[in-house]
Design a protein around this ligand. Sequence first.
Ligand code: SAH
Length: 444
Amino acid sequence: MFCVRVRAQQLLHKVFSPSAGLRWTAASRSPCSSSDSQDAAPSMLKHLTSKITAVGPITVAEYMKEVLTNPVTGYYVRGDMLGPDGDFITSPEISQIFGELMGVWIISEWMGAGRPQQLQLVELGPGKGSLAADVLRAFSQLKSVVGGASVSLHLVEVSPALSVIQAQNLTGGQGGPSSDGPVYLRGETAAGLPVSWYRRLEDVPAGFSIFIAHEFFDALPVHKFQRTDRGWREVMVDIDPHGPQQLRFVLAPSPTLASSVLVQAAEPRDHLEVCPEAGVIVQQLARRISENGGAALIADYGHDGTKTDTLRGFKNHQLHHVLSSPGSADLTADVDFSYIRRMAGEGVTCLGPVAQKTFLKNMGIDVRMQVLLRNCSDLSTRKQLISSYDMLTSSSKMGERFQFFSLLHPSRFSKPVVSAGLNLDRTKSPAPLPVAGFTELRFS
Ligand code: SAH
């Protein structure tokens, strides 16, 4: 136990040496957004109204999937939604410390797994590629630790526009389209690590992998249900008869396939959101981890099976009505970690959810801040450092709303094997190593 604490402490010290480079971006809201492309909205609305006219009201999940990832008019097909000039900002875009701490977590879990020679780093929904870039910076700071391993980066991304931005950030635009099976883009980082892009997780090769997913699961489509006198009914999206260019929510008159299959018999809530696509992805992650070893770190808006009605839109950093000008705003629903845990099954061990502020403090964000502030005399940079720290950790900002959750191989928690030939007191054999972030680190 002590061992991993010292190790994690040493890792942090190396990553957070004063010489490590800084990337800070303002978290302030831009008064006018370039992503406010009104022309994207009418064609999406037209597409949806034609579909509803042909087949009748559609599920909220189908609506969300069309709006976000339709290959022609979907919200994520554009690449300009992330950052101060877009619709929303994420933790990796606020401060590089966030990704660096995730890098330390990954290396610490790789060490906890016995330092396998091959390490696949897999990110789901990499946005602009900032998180992966910061993770890789931590890797290069810790070259003496991780240098012997053969590391590769695998990105699962549906947005062609975002994959171009990711390639620019991670490979300096060196990569190019690939005709190699499911890999649609391929490149190499400046340090020579291979990077591959896939549309689906199932296309990523098998092997020891650490998966990261930050603000990915909240973008997956949810079904919405409501308890009525006649049992559970699914919420659907229909054309509003009072305005043909408007949409409205309606309740299905009879059970749908989804309401029959996805609502648990003992469900205590009256309103419910279920994301079966998240369930399928988590089952895949769990199977891969149990068969090939590794871990997954999921960080997102979320709750542990208590919230009811969280689907919302964001445009220009403001809440936006979910059904208004579809395709022009982000749609997001909180991740139900009780559902994720259920879907992960018995083959893996789950940890969390823990609040972002707890995870980051356990990972040593306070120590990192002290080092940075001690070495920074510029007043405006100091102010930026403090405001980014506050944004990430304050309970009223991102500190409580965002949660960290992990899937781990069960062997991670077994006691290290003691050789049978040694006459040791078994009660004194070393305890399993604690998992960083989910356990408080001690800094002496
Ligand atoms: N992780 C990044 C970006 C979050 S936005 C960050 O925290 O900054 C959501 C990301 O998931 C985008 O990159 C989006 O294109 C991607 N995405 C959304 N739905 C997806 C899906 N079904 N499959 C793969 N990627 C998806």
